[in-house]
Design a protein around this ligand. Sequence first.
Ligand SMILES: [Mg+2]
Length: 165
Amino acid sequence: MKKLLKPDMKVKSIFEIPLDNLYERGFHNLIIDLDNTVTEWNGMDVCDSTAGWFQELRKRGFNACLVSNNLGERVFTIARRLGIPSINKAAKPRRRAFRQALDILDSGKYNTAVVGDQIFTDVLGGNRMGLFTILVDPINPKEFVGTRIMRIFEKLVFKEKSLEE
Ligand SMILES: [Mg+2]
């Protein structure tokens, strides 16, 4: 059984995702987290390089959907700016929003990857759905207090893993 807390791939940021490699492997759709993956936590700024990366995605034939646990309108505003669909109040790691995103993307488990910075929401949720999961380092350590607590557990998980290996 696939370990539910283990990402299939780990990279430093979205910019390091090997897009050609993913595409060749048949993953043409990306479900992408917002906070600390695409922007700083609760930040409104999308930097030029990030906007450029989303353009590059489109050019290479990928479809993307933002899926965020954040409650605000901000999710839609940023998604509009990036020219992609979005879901807020996603309640990851619950599966409902992932299913919705697959619908929106008109994609399936075999051709969709999840990108996010949190093990207990993005990776766990993606793995529960049977999707390919990519963990990125968080953009900024300033974050929601609940997330900070989850980080402590994430560290424990990684410690355990390195002991296993
Ligand atoms: Mg996040």
